[in-house]
Design a protein around this ligand. Structure first.
Ligand code: FAD
Ligand code: A2P
Length: 269
């Protein structure tokens, strides 16, 4: 009798793959029936390594908690242990997903406020792709502002598509409420290629251009709440600006005015 290959532990099937640039792609997988998560959280996902052991990395869930599938938005690191393989994944193939969601970019970690800011760079958009499709975001705030900064225009595409989907998808409009969708403001910027809005968001905060462009007052701890997700350097710089404006960092156990999470762990950090 031929022995059956053992099934992957925590295996989920890929249902869709979309490539955006030579550095970025997104994919959807089946969702374990038992998986409950809060929009903004991350899980460990991966593939079986050549040594027969799972090779896992942290990934923000980019889909909202109500979605029957799970979506991920990923970098392609040319010689990255996981993504050098993961970038070739095809529909029908399997990935490993450990169903233990965690993370700080959750509504519970913030005190009630008037305006929520989501500050992101690169794949740091992923947790906000989840939160922006969650009705609670619009129930909790009068204004929802997402900033996304990338080097090039093509790197903004995934985020732009999510915003378009939110604004045009009938099912989402019904779920979130057409009047609630009017609360959403999208502020994309590029730093190394010409586009309608250029510059690091940190510079645009410091000069006040961001607030002038959107017609909103400067950051104020009485009204503003923020979630930050980008490289470590980005997170440090945005955090300093938020603290300068009087906002305090919160956590699940101690809600305050802003929360921060790394979009990835950088070289040597
Ligand atoms: P690694 O050995 O993990 O990384 C190699 C190098 O590539 C890193 O040192 C860094 O310089 C660079 N790098 C890694 N990830 C990124 C990135 N996302 N953007 C730019 N440069 C990067 N990655 C995602 O693509 N999407 C996510 O939603 C995501 N969520 C994360 C959430 C958390 C809390 C953390 C800590 C990390 C997250 N990451 C995410 C990064 C992810 O865990 C892996 O690092 C990434 O998939 C690359 O894996 P790798 O094995 O190919 O290379
Ligand atoms: P810049 O092109 O000026 O470095 P990366 O691809 O290196 O992760 O960067 C993604 C985007 O985040 C880029 O547009 C980059 O701008 C911007 N960025 C990187 N570091 C910071 C920082 N410390 N503060 C603000 N923006 C940053």
């Amino acid at each position: 009798m031929i022995a059956k290959t053992p099934a992957l532990p925590d295996a989920q099937t890929v249902t869709q793959v979309r490539h955006y640039t030579d550095r970025l792609f997104a994919f959807r997988v089946t969702r374990p029936a038992s998986l409950r998560f809060r929009s903004g959280e991350f899980v460990m996902i991966g593939l079986m390594g050549d040594n027969g052991k799972p090779l896992l990395r942290a990934y923000s869930i980019a889909s909202p908690a109500w979605d029957e599938e799970l979506e991920f938005y990923s970098i392609k690191v040319p010689d990255g242990p996981l993504t050098s393989k993961l970038q070739h994944i095809k529909e029908g193939e399997e990935i490993i997903l450990r169903p233990k969601p965690v993370g700080t970019l959750v509504h519970d970690a913030l005190l009630p406020g008037k305006r929520i800011w989501f500050f992101s760079t690169g794949t740091g958009f992923a947790p906000f792709a989840s939160l922006l499709r969650d009705p609670q975001t619009y129930e909790d705030y009068d204004e929802v502002i997402i900033t996304h900064t990338c080097r090039t225009v093509a790197e903004l595409t995934y985020g732009r598509e999510i915003i378009e989907q939110i604004r045009t998808d009938e099912m989402l409009a019904e779920l979130i409420g057409q009047e609630n969708l009017a609360k959403l403001r999208y502020y994309p910027t590029t730093t190394r290629e010409e586009s309608p809005r250029m510059g690091r968001i940190t510079t645009l905060i410091e000069t006040g251009e961001l607030f002038a462009d959107l017609g909103v007052p400067p950051l104020d701890p009485a009204n503003d709440r923020a979630m930050v997700c980008g490289s470590l350097a980005f997170n440090i710089d945005v955090k300093a600006l938020l603290e300068k404006a009087g906002l305090r960092e919160g956590a699940n156990s101690d809600p305050a005015e802003f929360v921060v999470e790394k979009a990835f762990v950088g070289d040597g950090i």
